[in-house]
Design a protein around this ligand. Structure first.
Ligand code: NAD
Length: 291
């Protein structure tokens, strides 16, 4: 087993921020890599804010904040991404993920582990054409990564048992609950969750109800978040990419078809909380303006 001293977190967005915070809190040197300097700046602010909130809530000792902060290096230079393991959380598209893996497996040691936080793309697809497909594993956190307990660990057809075990052990050290999932589009949770979004969008498209009503109704019967509020949290664009990937991966069944309402929102840049506008508008500090 490789010693995991340095972890590269690729993608400084919704998920990468929380994953980097988890790694640094665990004591790992953390390299946060993103193509966008603006994305890195926002990630640093979000992580700092999160750490201070943890102190305020009594969950983190104030003297630990600076140590955790200094463990994270933020970079747009791919050549800086040298470590023992990658946890990839970039856009939910196969081509950019594979391109990143190809470079990182070349510039790191043969023991380097490539873990993907993909919500939907099988390891069989992501590891195809790599020199070391046996070192690719799915490590799927849920949003917000620092809060949600569940992590799906996914082995592809060639993943070594020791690589999957090391990914699982890391998640356990982060105090997560691990489930091993089959290497299939959407794994477990995202496949089961698809109808929640799809039927809500169909209902909205049919007219007669506004999204606030649908959210309110679902929340009133016990769902923690209505489907539209949840899509805004996830990222409307990310949610659409996941739907599209599962739809195509399963052979385009009608029930998983992407919805035009969601497609049009993505085209308009209404990506949810992270863009300030989704189904709801959001203030700068990410809080919903309207319920
Ligand atoms: N949002 C969720 O609720 C959620 C939950 C679990 C898993 N995921 C998965 O995590 C991954 C990231 O999703 P997200 O919601 O954090 O996305 P996001 O849109 O919030 O952030 C993506 C980040 O990746 C960066 N990026 C894009 N292409 C890149 C590249 N080639 N190299 C480096 N950085 C690049 C972008 O600049 C952006 O900062 C996806 O695979 C998604 O399916 C998302």
């Amino acid at each position: 087993m490789v010693t995991l001293n340095t972890i590269i977190v690729a993608g400084a967005g919704t998920m990468g921020q929380g994953i980097a915070q988890l790694c640094a809190t665990l004591g790992k040197q953390t390299i946060m890599y993103d193509v966008s300097q603006e994305g890195l700046t926002k990630a640093r602010q979000a992580i700092d804010q999160n750490l201070y909130q943890s102190v305020a809530k009594g969950r983190l000792a104030a003297e630990k904040v600076a140590t955790i902060q200094t463990r994270i290096v933020y970079t747009t230079r791919l050549e800086d991404a040298v470590g023992d393991m990658l946890i990839e959380a970039i856009v939910e598209q196969t081509a950019p993920k594979k391109a990143l893996f190809r470079v990182l497996e070349q510039q790191n040691s043969p023991q380097f582990i490539i873990a993907s936080n993909t919500s939907s793309i099988p390891m069989e697809v992501l590891s195809e054409g790599l020199s070391r497909p046996e070192r690719v594993v799915g490590l799927h956190f849920f949003n917000p990564a620092t809060v949600m307990k569940l992590v799906e660990v996914i082995s592809g057809p060639q993943t070594l048992a020791c690589v999957a075990q090391q990914a699982e052990d890391l998640a356990l050290l982060m105090n997560k609950t691990v489930v091993r999932a089959k290497d299939a589009p959407g794994f477990i949770v995202n496949r089961v969750a698809r109808p929640y979004y799809a039927e809500s969008l169909r209902l909205l498209g049919a007219g007669g109800l506004v999204h606030e009503d649908i959210d309110r109704l679902l929340e009133s019967v016990g769902f923690r978040m209505g489907p539209f509020r949840l899509m805004d949290l996830i990222g409307v664009d990310t949610n659409l990419s996941v739907t599209t990937s599962i739809y195509e991966g399963l052979g385009c069944p009608k029930r998983f078809e992407p919805n035009p309402i969601q497609q049009s929102m993505v085209l308009q840049g209404h990506h949810g909380r992270k863009s300030g506008q989704g189904f709801y508008p959001y203030s700068k500090d990410e809080g919903p303006i309207a319920r």
